[in-house]
Design a protein around this ligand. Structure first.
Ligand SMILES: [Zn+2]
Length: 173
């Protein structure tokens, strides 16, 4: 009879932090104080149930740091109130991150497309070349959809998280 032996445990802690920082636009140089509210989750693993307390403590200690990092990231993703543009570097980092997630999801899609193409090629039942193309096309489409979804979601969260402390732009230099 199989016996389930747990070999470890994961501890997650979530924290919500308010960060006061400066919004700085790399395009027009606009600078304004903002207040950002963001959450962050830290996950720590306790191997073999040893160090359970320290894993839990580490997660609790790290969660606020993750929340603060997210807050600063949201600030960089907020469109500049003066010129309306987003910061290129932050947008690139976001898109690349989402593309990696998209690629992981697209990989099986691509493999299935290749496999179908191979079967078609071996059995001479159908055109192999278009099947390869279908695999690539589906994989790229998957990545594009994941990137788009992630971009829309994160920039929307940034829109909610960031609040400018100055009313209007009269006070800024
Ligand atoms: Zn600007």
């Amino acid at each position: 009879m199989p016996v389930h032996v747990p070999i470890g445990a994961k501890y997650a802690a979530t924290s919500t932090e308010m960060v006061r920082t400066d919004f700085v636009c790399e395009k027009c140089g606009h600078r304004a104080p903002v207040e950002v509210v963001a959450s962050g989750t830290a996950i720590k693993e306790a191997p073999f149930f040893l160090f359970r307390k320290s894993a839990a403590d580490a997660a609790v200690a790290e969660a606020p740091e993750v929340a603060k990092r997210n807050a600063l990231n949201f600030t960089r993703l907020y469109p500049c109130p003066k010129c309306g543009k987003r910061q290129t570097k932050a947008v690139m980092v976001l898109i690349l991150g989402e593309a990696v997630i998209g690629a992981l999801i697209a990989l099986p899609v691509w493999l299935v497309g290749m496999f179908v193409g191979l079967v078609a090629f071996c059995t001479k039942d159908g055109p192999a070349y278009p099947m390869y193309l279908t695999g690539f096309a589906l994989a790229f489409l998957t990545i594009a959809l994941v990137v788009r979804r992630g971009y829309v979601k994160t920039t929307r969260l940034a829109q909610i998280a960031v609040e400018f402390l100055e009313a209007g732009e009269e006070g800024s230099k």
